[in-house]
Design a protein around this ligand. Sequence first.
Ligand code: BV8
Ligand code: ZN
Length: 249
Amino acid sequence: MGGIEISDGLKRKLRSAEWVTAFTGAGISAESGVPTFRGEDGLWKKFKPEELANFGAFMRNPELVWEWYAYRRELIGKTQPNAGHLALAQMEHRYPHMAVITQNVDNLHRRAGSTVVHELHGNIERNYCTGCGKYVSEDFMARQTSAPKCPNCRGLIRPDVVWFGEMLPVDEWNKSVSTAERADVLFVIGTSAIVYPAASLPVIAKRAGAYVVEINIERTEFSSEADEVLLGPSASILPQILECANKEG
Ligand code: BV8
Ligand code: ZN
């Protein structure tokens, strides 16, 4: 895809910013081969969130929920961070206060090298017992062929992700709010901006004075609130923004 036009406004912001934050959703991992939730090949297409990503569904049908997470864990295990994840990781060398706030549970930001990552919805690579709370190792999980039981108390093991109706991890949420409030520039990348309270972060940032740039392949519910909307795949747009930020440095 040809280069995008980076506005003078954004160039000025990239030159003067110290606190830069990226708020990401499933779209940033799409070009790594991780299906999004609500796109045409969306994960939810085959299943509905209420059937799978909630505690009640898990307790009613642990095998179905476990199978869906085992499928996603295996798929994610075969993927690599893409140029978008890598560009955000590189931005840590350009900005003294660079942070990623992600709704994704695929761990790709950390694998790309980002060190300040707030995981709002948990991480699919971590699993714990609903009975005694004990975390189990990845190779324990790899040996399982059905919904795993705790080696400690025989309780059901669940993925360490936030399901619908569950609270977000308080510490990650609080850090994300203060990061959003402090941001000079906030990039809103690859999210349909419909899952709350995560989707309120870009509004919090904007209200606190951040310059908000949305990066998506289509307009979203948030687009009208953004200062700029850059339409295109994040794996090609983010490296161009990094290049511009380094030039303006
Ligand atoms: C809570 C983890 C309360 C598990 C997930 C009615 C109104 C408002 C809110 C609610 C409501 N009814 C219920 C609620 C609350 C509910 C909610 O927001 N529901 C929505 C659906 C209306 N929220 C909750 O339940 C939250 N908890 O509210 O608790 C509470 C309070 C006190 C005490 C107790 C409880 C918990 C929400 C977390 C749910 N967990 N995931 C898992 O992953 O399995 S949500 C799931 O959606 C993922 O985390 C995902 O990240 C998130 C958001 O989706 P997106 O990331 O945006 O992905 P999506 O596919 O939608 O969009 C992809 C985008 O990328 C698209 O825009 C596409 O155009 C773009 N794209 C595609 N390719 C590219 C691209 N962009 C750039 N480049 C590309 N190449
Ligand atoms: Zn246990």
